[in-house]
Design a protein around this ligand. Structure first.
Ligand SMILES: Nc1nc2c(ncn2[C@@H]2O[C@H](COP(=O)(O)OP(=O)(O)OP(=O)(O)O)[C@@H](O)[C@H]2O)c(=O)[nH]1
Length: 449
């Protein structure tokens, strides 16, 4: 499925991974590669251009989260922009519902009705298929055979020319089935009588979902058809069939996504099990080569989270409110390599006080001890350590099994940090620089400390 697009994109990723460093010329080269690959996969020119422009702009302007290489960051941007052109994921609810399939001739509607029946049946719902395709005489027989294979009942009235009548009967007779799938007639084009028929069927069936079935081999035309059907009857999702072996699948997928109609499923073969719920993220991950990418994205997420955490702690420090819980959090951050560690090391209180890198190496032991002591403090004491006087110190020491001396040294450390924090707050220039640096992710406090 989209093998050559996948291969080109994977080559591009490899090129980035192997590059000595990411500079403008590499970015431009990569962007050109991606553009070419997308155009070959039939993705519409404007969309391909927009994507490559976005990649280029972001790669040149944005900075990777601290701890992430420029190479990995570029890969992440490419991944995100590719996912973006495929639109949002549409959930498939596993609940009782009526589905109506619409589409032109030979797009794979009847086969897809069978695939959907299998999908819901496998998930434990009772399913019925309803043959409302009165234009293609063999459609009912085809659906019946599929039903037999799946052990799913099929409702139809052989010889009946009025799809509305079949639908009316089916709504009554098949109402006890949890999922009712209505296959409807196609035409060579979206003609008025087809629109009328679908509108009437929609009125009678009152479907929860109207899925448009489109053949991937029509490429970008899929976008026009999706829009036309949507304007006519309002589709709630699109199923793109024959994604297997279609070089134009990229065009069909992106063109449909561009209309705003979500792609719900893709058909990946002639067999009934060849149906996949469409998830843009997973689809692109697979195209780009899943394993490595997943690790990279997880790391990126972690680093971004760390930045958020760092920002929270810094905000707290700058706010003038500083309690024992904050101190503990800072100690914890000191031990983790990353943005906050860099920030903390560059701050005056680590240079002025007796805390240095050597001590941080011992900090795990210290943290463990502090945690035990703090566990014996009340919420009020942690929030407002000033109230901890000698009787409380005795109680905390008893409760935590540590000496009173240790409790006192924790409090002493807290007071020292608090004092330095206050001094820092008085230094407007330093605070401004801190805020700025925190936003940019690059940390260099030399000149302020
Ligand atoms: N390779 C492949 N073939 C498919 C897929 N889905 C459907 N087909 C084939 O496409 C052909 C047409 O499918 P049908 O389900 O009969 O088409 P239809 O849309 O119901 O046709 P009408 O009833 O005429 O509208 C059949 O030969 C199917 O086996 C798919 O995902 N991959």
């Amino acid at each position: 499925m989209l093998d050559s697009l996948g291969e080109s994109l994977r080559n591009t990723i490899r090129k980035i991974s192997k590059a000595g460093y990411v500079d403008e010329s590499l970015i431009k080269e990569v962007v050109r590669d991606i553009q070419r690959a997308l155009l070959r996969a039939d993705v519409e020119v404007h969309l391909a251009l927009k994507l490559s422009k976005n990649v280029e702009r972001r790669a040149l302007e944005e900075k990777p989260p601290s701890g992430m290489s420029h190479r990995d960051f570029l890969i992440k941007i490419i991944y995100e922009e590719l996912v973006a052109i495929l639109g949002k994921e549409k959930e498939v609810a596993l609940k009782p519902q009526k589905l109506m399939l619409v589409g032109l001739y030979g797009q794979g509607k009847t086969t897809t009705a069978g695939k959907l029946a299998r999908y819901f049946h496998k998930k434990g719902l009772s399913v019925a298929l309803i043959a409302c395709d009165v234009h293609r005489p063999a459609a009912y027989e085809q659906l019946k055979q599929i039903g037999e294979q799946l052990n799913v009942p099929v409702f139809g009235i052989p010889g009946e020319k009025d799809a509305r009548k079949i639908a009316r009967e089916a709504v009554k007779k098949m109402k006890d089935y949890q999922v009712q799938i209505f296959d409807t007639s196609g035409r060579h084009a979206l003609e008025d009588d087809l629109i009328e028929e679908i509108k009437d069927l929609k009125e009678i069936i009152q479907p929860d979902e109207i899925f448009l079935v489109l053949d991937a081999t029509i490429g970008q035309q899929a976008g026009k058809q999706a829009k036309a059907f949507h304007d006519a009857v309002g589709v709630t999702g699109v199923i793109i069939t024959k994604m297997d072996g279609s070089a134009k699948g990229g065009g069909a997928l992106s063109a449909v996504a561009a209309t705003g109609a979500p792609v719900v499923f893709i058909g990946t073969g002639e067999h009934l099990e060849d149906l996949e719920h469409f998830n843009p993220t997973r689809f692109i991950s697979r195209l780009l080569g899943m394993g490595d990418l997943e690790t990279l994205l997880e790391t990126a997420k972690e680093l971004e989270l760390k930045e958020e955490e760092a920002e929270k702690v810094m905000e707290r420090m700058m706010s003038g409110k500083f309690n024992l819980k904050d101190m503990y959090e800072i100690w914890e951050q000191m031990a983790k390599p990353g943005l906050l560690q860099k920030i903390l090391y560059s701050l005056p209180f680590f240079k002025m006080g007796d805390i240095d890198k050597g001590m941080v190496e011992e900090s795990e032991e210290k943290l463990r001890k502090y945690r035990i002591i703090m566990d014996s403090m009340t919420y009020e004491e942690l929030e407002n350590p000033e109230i901890i006087k000698s009787s409380r110190i005795k109680r905390i020491a008893r409760g935590s099994g540590r000496s009173e001396q240790e409790v006192r040294s924790l409090l002493k450390e807290y007071n020292r940090m608090k004092k330095t924090m206050k001094q820092m707050r008085g230094n407007r220039k330093l605070m401004r620089a801190l805020r700025k640096q925190l936003k940019s992710g690059d940390f260099d406090m030399s000149g302020f400390t």
